[in-house]
Ligand binder design. Structure first.
Ligand SMILES: Cc1cc2nc3c(=O)[nH]c(=O)nc-3n(C[C@H](O)[C@H](O)[C@H](O)COP(=O)(O)O)c2cc1C
Length: 417
């Protein structure tokens, strides 16, 4: 079941050092890259069907094609390594075990979109990982792999690491750019039509770490090698994280299209201590929850997950066993979102706070059926009315828990009115 596109070299000891990486064929896509025109590289990525791994699953190639042509302003690549959502911990595997693959991906992607400068935005808490990436960048610079002439080719690429200050909202691409520009990390209003991002009024593309780390494989092996994995509409592979009471939690690369239950049992080793599965939050904590029955049917690709009313998100599966209270799960998550809401939009700022308060009341035994109705009502005010999708995502997870496990909330009511 496991495949090796991005994770191929994770297990090679000391592979994060340039010396070991070069002995094991790192940067092998670069000679071919420079035999291609930038638009040919982009077309290859379009044909590969590569979809963004940061949660939204947007097609990567068409996004690159939004970069304006013949614009005199400098273009930028911004790599999103904020990775702050509970249950999502796969980009840090790339930072830790194969930072040179990320640098190789940045070179390929910069060339495709005609950028010479890339920023890697890393979440504030990831000190170990940002040190690792900075060391790799320094090694690559000293070896002439990046800098004025990428591996002797007449193309400049420079990379800078920017550590966030630990705000989940700074993973949202426009809040990330605001933060990178030195401002408060508030998401920007989105334009009506499709266009690129803007960094200090210069054209920019924001992509997730794993998305960028997948590009060298496509450049080197051609798009068909990538579409050989996965399904027709969700081609390729993804790093799926599995956490919770399973025997083998961790990060595993799979092709899209595998059954979730097979992943849990065959790779995750099944539930720990003979416990029964109660539910799985499939793709990082903001995707609608699946009951144990729904998990039996769930297939790990974008369309299949939409078909059963959830989303694939970042592929970070949170497994929940029979002993865990769903009220506690909801409370734990809402405390996170309440704390992390940037406060810019009223439905998000107030909605997260109200749900948090009501769940405290229910856990204290003072709740009633009316409170459950109020939670669902508050959820309905959080959808589609905010600058970014933080609030709709909170609504998705909370509403799904309340609707699928109402009896667990009711069990806390002393007064049933
Ligand atoms: C609240 C919020 C947090 C997000 N956090 C991240 C993150 O940590 N990492 C990430 O790559 N994308 C994150 N995203 C998605 C980004 O806005 C963006 O879609 C993504 O970085 C684009 O890259 P991709 O197309 O390669 O996935 C977040 C979105 C929202 C609304």
């Amino acid at each position: 079941m496991l495949v090796n596109v991005v994770s191929k070299k994770f297990d090679i000891p000391d592979y994060h050092t340039l010396e070991v990486a070069l002995k094991n064929n790192a940067y092998s896509s670069i000679p071919k890259l420079f035999t291609m025109k930038p638009e040919e590289v982009t077309q290859e990525v379009v044909n590969s069907g590569l979809r963004g791994k940061g949660g939204g699953g947007a097609a990567c190639g068409p996004k690159w094609q939004l970069m304006p042509k013949d614009d005199p302003r400098p273009a930028y690549l911004i790599v999103n390594g904020d990775e702050s959502e509970p249950g999502t911990f796969k980009d840090r595997q790339i930072f830790q075990y194969d930072p040179h693959l990320l640098i190789e991906g940045i070179i390929c992607s910069c060339y495709a979109i005609n950028a010479h400068d890339a920023y890697i935005y890393i979440r504030g808490e990831y000190k170990f990982f940002s040190d690792r990436v900075e060391n790799a960048i320094q090694e690559a610079l000293e070896a002439g792999i990046i800098g004025d002439k990428v591996m002797g080719h007449d193309y400049r690429v420079n990379i800078a690491v920017h550590r966030g200050a630990g705000a989940y909202i700074c993973g949202e691409k426009s809040a990330l750019i605001e933060s990178l520009e030195g401002k408060r990390g508030h998401p920007r209003l989105k334009p009506h039509g499709k266009e690129c991002e803007w960094f200090f009024d210069n054209p920019a593309t924001v992509n997730n770490v794993e998305t960028i780390a997948t590009v060298p494989f496509i450049v080197e092996n051609g798009y068909e090698a990538y579409t050989a994995y996965g399904t027709k509409t969700s081609p390729g592979t993804m790093l799926f994280a599995m956490s919770g009471p399973v025997k083998n939690p961790g990060v595993y690369e799979l092709a899209f299209g595998n059954k979730m239950i097979d992943f849990l049992n065959e790779v995750g080793g099944g539930m720990k201590d003979g416990k029964k599965l109660k539910a799985i939050i499939p793709g990082g904590s903001s995707c609608p929850i699946l009951t144990a029955e729904e998990v039996q049917e769930a297939v790990l690709d974008y369309e299949s997950m939409w078909d059963i009313g959830s989303t694939l998100g970042t592929g970070g599966m949170i497994v929940i066993d029979e002993d865990t209270s769903m009220v506690d799960v909801a409370k734990n998550l809402i405390e996170f979102y309440h704390h992390e809401s940037c406060g810019q939009c009223t439905p998000c700022r107030e909605g997260c706070g109200w749900i948090d308060n009501i769940l405290s009341k229910i856990l204290a035994g003072d709740g009633s059926q009316k409170d459950l109705e109020t939670i669902l009502d508050v959820c309905s005010t959080m959808n589609g009315k905010t600058v970014c999708v933080f609030a709709p995502a909170v609504k998705d997870i909370i509403q799904s828990i309340v609707k699928k496990f109402p009896h667990e909330f009711v069990a806390h009511f002393k007064n049933q009115n």
